[in-house]
Design a protein around this ligand. Structure first.
Ligand code: MSP
Length: 514
């Protein structure tokens, strides 16, 4: 069994989770489920990033101890991911003892081997971004961009990691590992960034300025810079499991350069470990063109849609709408369009037509298709359509093109619904002629098989609905998912349910904002 280790970014816990966080975890879950279906032994890690200035400030604002604060907010993130059926194998918190211990070991080794040194630092510091800024970060008029919040000049002794020394190594690594970043066009962005000389990375914060962090093992007056601490989660969670390197670190485009594409591979290399095999970089969910975030207060509550429309509808929308890597506009209107036309009218309708007509015309037991009953080749046409679509679902999934795979599945469902309209089984049911009865049985067998196949094709996106459809069709999944995807009259003799409510009409229009 091929092992497949995949991670998400770990979320900052200085606020509540929003759609952007939810999307990344659902995307990674869809990939994980897909790889498991393909037979891989998956290890899926997610978690929360709990140290640093912002968290310390949020806790103080609420008048609670930092640990108490992070316990509460981390649990909120975790509860959301459980609610969203995110099938993580491990949830790491950067306040876990296991993580802190590994971070300190890594730091000590880097310090002992001379990769970390102390020096005086004078610079402009952004509290919001928790980073020192450079002159090139200024706007043409000399002001600091809005995203940095308040910027202050400080002078202090700090510890530095020798980033600069590895610049050429990294450039060479990127040039010889063209698959390191998905989508490929982001590769260029990193090489572009590396055209400028790198500075060594300040990896410490004096305790008088920031207490909430992992103390440096070689100087307890300092805590570790939050990015240096956070990035190591991908390794600390599996240090004792022999799973490094990860197959994919899944992240949003805002944290590619410099943390994941520059600091992270260099940190690992300096420590003596290989970089992750690849970074999968997704785009942003936007609302009216702006990234949704806690700081701009534009966050949509993901739970509001989940409660009203169900987990699978929410997962379906996120995956159907977003081309992995690009940005997508989020609107409730578009959600409703997809929900009504694709889930309710296309999939839901087909399921119910199948169950209803099997109950009405075949006593609820699926008949076998009868070769020769059809003279116009409609069944063969539908089957031929699937013979193309089935393998495409697999290859598109392997390339993270889940949105296109869902589009293909929807087209197959549309064709199946159109087939029913052409066959008009309700008319065949009224006829007592043997050939009409044979065609009716063939029709029922065909639509049930098509429904089963479409449900299997969506399994990693809509796991609960797929299970419900399989149960309603009296189908026990095959040993492997690939077998499930083969058209094979697998439902002959199965007893079906009378009806299944999957995607009911919404009772009221959902609120756009939480
Ligand atoms: N804590 C860091 C990550 C450390 S990883 C070692 C962080 N946290 S975050 O909470 O700000 O973001 C977590 C993830 O959510 C990031 O990958 C980020 O790109 C993603 N998203 C946050 N807002 C987003 C959207 N509006 N749309 C899609 N994803 C975005 O960064």
């Amino acid at each position: 069994m091929k092992s497949f280790y995949i991670t998400t970014a770990i979320d900052y816990v200085n606020g509540s989770p929003h759609l952007g966080h939810a999307y990344e975890k659902v995307l990674t879950d869809v990939i994980s489920r897909f790889r498991r279906q393909m037979g891989d032994k998956v290890h899926f890690l997610t978690g929360t990033d709990e140290h640093g200035q912002k968290v310390q400030a949020s806790a103080r604002k609420q008048g609670v101890a930092a640990q108490e604060y992070v316990d509460k907010t981390s649990a909120e993130f975790r509860a959301l991911y459980d609610r969203l059926d995110v099938s993580y194998d491990d949830f790491i918190r950067t306040t876990d003892a296991r993580h802190k211990q590994v971070v300190r070991q890594v730091l000590q080794k880097l310090y002992d081997s001379g990769e970390i040194y102390q020096a005086e630092y004078r610079g402009f510091y952004s509290t919001r971004q928790e980073q020192f800024l450079q002159e090139k970060d200024r706007l043409p008029d000399g002001a600091w961009p809005e995203i940095f919040g308040e910027v202050t000049e400080i002078v202090e002794k700090n510890y530095f990691f020798r980033l600069k020394k590895y610049q050429d190594w990294l450039i060479d690594y990127l040039k010889t590992h063209e698959d390191f970043i998905f989508p490929k066009y982001r590769h260029k962005q990193v090489l572009e960034f590396l055209k400028e000389p790198l500075n060594d990375l300040c990896i410490s914060r004096p305790k008088e300025r920031l207490e909430w962090g992992i103390a440096l093992p070689f100087d307890e007056n300092y805590v570790t810079y939050v990015w240096f601490d956070a990035l190591l989660n991908y390794y600390s969670a599996v240090a004792d499991k022999g799973l490094w390197p990860a197959d994919f670190n899944v992240i949003g485009k805002d944290i590619l350069v410099p943390p994941h594409a520059v600091y992270w591979p260099i940190m690992l290399h300096a420590f003596g470990l290989p970089p992750p095999k690849a970074l999968l970089v997704h785009g942003w969910w936007l609302q009216s063109g702006a990234k949704m975030s806690k700081s701009t207060g534009e966050a949509v509550s993901p739970l509001a849609l989940v409660d009203q429309f169900g987990v699978d509808a929410f997962r379906y929308f996120l995956i159907r709408e977003m081309n992995v890597g690009q940005d997508s506009e989020f609107t409730v209107e578009q959600f409703l369009v997809r929900y009504n036309s694709e889930l309710a009218n296309n999939l839901g309708n087909l399921v119910n037509r199948t169950l209803n007509m099997t109950t009405r015309f075949a006593g609820g037991v699926l008949p076998a298709a009868e070769p020769g009953a059809s003279t116009d080749g409609l069944e063969a046409e539908l089957q031929a359509g699937w013979a193309k679509t089935g393998p495409e679902i697999v290859s598109l999934g392997e390339g993270f093109q889940f949105h296109t795979a869902l589009e293909r599945t929807m087209a197959f469902l549309t064709a199946t619904n159109a087939y029913i309209d052409k066959r008009a089984p309700w008319k065949l049911g009224k006829s007592t002629e043997a050939k009409d009865q044979a065609l009716l049985r063939t029709t029922l067998a065909t639509i049930a098989e098509a429904t089963r196949l479409a449900a299997s094709a969506m399994q990693h996106v809509t796991p609960t609905s797929t299970k419900k459809i399989q149960a309603a069709l009296g189908y026990t999944p095959a040993a492997t998912w690939r077998d499930d995807l083969v058209w094979g009259g697998k439902l002959t003799g199965a007893k079906v349910a009378e009806a299944l409510v999957l995607f009911p009409r919404p009772e009221k229009k959902p609120a756009e904002k939480a």
